[in-house]
Design a protein around this ligand. Structure first.
Ligand SMILES: Nc1nc2c(ncn2[C@@H]2O[C@H](COP(=O)(O)OP(=O)(O)O)[C@@H](O)[C@H]2O)c(=O)[nH]1
Ligand SMILES: [Mg+2]
Length: 200
């Protein structure tokens, strides 16, 4: 049975920068070594327990529309978090990140943005040269008031941590459990007094 999504997370970024692999690693703990273009609408859902709450997280992945730099407004609608990805070995993809941050901030001003440098394993093992400096990316993230991290979907580095932070940030904005309880108590009290006033 599917539950109602509370926390909508959207993935954004240049084609091939690693978005689908990031979602796959988080959802199933696996890595797809072959390039697979996301076909059709990609959506997945996961229940996460944080701060003594169960939160239903829905993750939307782009379906190739990113190559035209045009996502439908429906894609952004209601998103509470956006993971804006780039490839740490492709400088141009970092330039694109700026575009996506502006797009999401324009469409959903309350959506929290997380900047994510993907494929960091390629520079750690010397397979590829880094084209995006970590400090520049961190400064850039600060300028746009976003959170910054570098991940590898191949090794799993920082992947769970990134999504856990997204869910925790969301949970921190919810009314506290005590407030929920006192609201329920207040409601019960008001119901009681409503009954006591009942003429029948
Ligand atoms: N080494 C390495 N390759 C990656 C990583 N993430 C994605 N890739 C590869 O990069 C290519 C594009 O990845 P994909 O997730 O489909 O990109 P998308 O178009 O942004 O969804 C694929 O061939 C992946 O196997 C990573 O963390 N490390
Ligand atoms: Mg994809």
């Amino acid at each position: 049975m599917s539950s109602r999504v509370q926390l909508k997370v959207v993935l954004l970024g240049q084609m091939d920068c690693g978005k689908t692999c990031l979602v796959t690693r988080y959802m199933s703990g696996t890595f797809l070594p072959r390039s697979q273009t996301t076909i059709g609408a990609a959506f997945c859902q996961r229940n996460v327990r944080v701060r003594q709450r169960n939160i239903v997280v829905g993750i939307w992945d782009t379906a190739g529309m990113e190559q035209f730099r045009s996502m439908s407004s429906q894609y952004y609608r209601g998103a509470k978090a956006a993971v804006v990805c780039y490839d740490v070995t492709v400088g141009e993809s970092f330039g694109d990140a700026r575009f996506w941050i502006k797009e999401v901030q324009k469409s959903e001003p309350n959506c929290k943005v997380y900047l994510c440098g993907c494929k960091v394993d390629l520079v750690r093992n010397g397979e590829k040269r880094r084209e995006v400096d970590e400090h520049n990316a961190a400064d850039f993230a600060e300028e746009y008031e976003t959170t910054f991290t570098e991940t590898s979907s191949k090794t799993g580095e920082n992947v769970d941590k990134l999504f856990l932070k997204i869910v925790e940030d969301y949970a921190d904005l919810l009314p506290s459990l005590e407030e929920d309880e006192s609201a329920v108590t207040a409601l019960e009290e008001s119901n009681k007094s409503a009954f006591s006033k009942c003429p029948c």
